[in-house]
Design a protein around this ligand. Structure first.
Ligand code: SF4
Length: 258
């Protein structure tokens, strides 16, 4: 569950060391639940999208109080937890518990789009056709289905990459529809990733970085000092307060103290 939270927006290479440190520090949901949420946000460090740390902490409290300190093994229970969406719930069921569940991450979706649908890339959102196709491909047996999902994900991540698919080494090259058509560009809109530079996300990250580095309160003046954009600063600060990622203190702001 921890790895799936971390992998939601961050590549494996950056997640792995942090995941190992995290589990060393908090080996069980109860351990995390007993730590202040500020510690979780602090230890998330530079993984990005730090709301995930807060949600993981909230989930650990619920797991401790309602699920006897265990991660539940049904889709409905998993999806009721903060920060767990359809993909994360499915991935936990498949990879942690070896169940038959439909895992559709970006790598599997790209592989299905190319090899089965003959398209150069996947659509921005999952369609009913894609879901039905993936369901039909999933082996019936629980373990086989989980292995299929892991294998398809690896094939998409390592061989059938977005920019430069290695078709000459691909084990399914003879069955690939896109390859057999000469790899034409499809007329399907691509999901556009917004720029980080100058974004609200960058400003939020900048504020949180300062607060993570200070155990005590940090004054508004210190926070605003290095902001390149006053208006962005105000909006980012308001968002972080609203989400409970930071708190107002007597002297300024800090990570949540409770
Ligand atoms: S043949 Fe090329 S495009 Fe087709 S699945 Fe393999 S790597 Fe992807």
């Amino acid at each position: 569950m921890v790895s799936e939270f971390m992998l939601q927006q961050t590549p494996v290479i950056r997640v792995q060391p942090k995941w190992e440190q995290w589990l060393k520090r908090w080996p069980t949901p109860k351990d995390l639940a007993e730590s202040p949420v500020a510690e979780a946000i602090r230890h998330w460090e530079n993984l990005g999208y730090p709301r995930r740390a807060k949600r993981l902490h909230e989930s650990s409290v619920i797991l401790t109080q309602k699920f006897n300190g265990e991660v539940p093994q049904t889709f409905e229970e998993l999806i009721s937890l903060p920060g767990v969406g359809e993909y994360t719930a499915s991935a936990i069921l498949a990879f942690a518990f070896g169940q038959r569940s439909l895992v559709l991450d970006v790598n599997i979706r790209r592989l299905l789009a190319r090899a089965w649908l003959g398209q150069s890339h996947q659509a921005p959102t999952i369609s009913a056709i894609e879901r039905a196709l993936a369901k039909g491909l999933l082996p019936i047996g629980e373990q086989q289905a989980a292995i299929w999902s892991a294998a398809a994900m690896e094939l998409g991540a390592i061989i059938c990459t977005a920019r430069d698919p290695s078709c000459s080494t691909c084990p399914i090259v003879n069955d690939c529809n896109w390859f057999s058509q000469g790899k034409p560009n499809s007329d399907i809109p691509k999901k556009i990733q917004g720029r980080y530079e100058g974004s609200m996300r960058q400003e939020r990250g900048r504020i949180l970085k300062i607060l993570r580095e200070h155990q005590n309160s940090t004054s508004r003046g210190q926070l605003v000092k290095q902001s390149p954009d006053q208006q962005k600063f105000e909006t980012a600060l308001a968002q972080l307060l609203n989400e409970g990622m930071i708190e107002k203190t007597r002297g300024g702001y800090s990570l949540p103290r409770s």
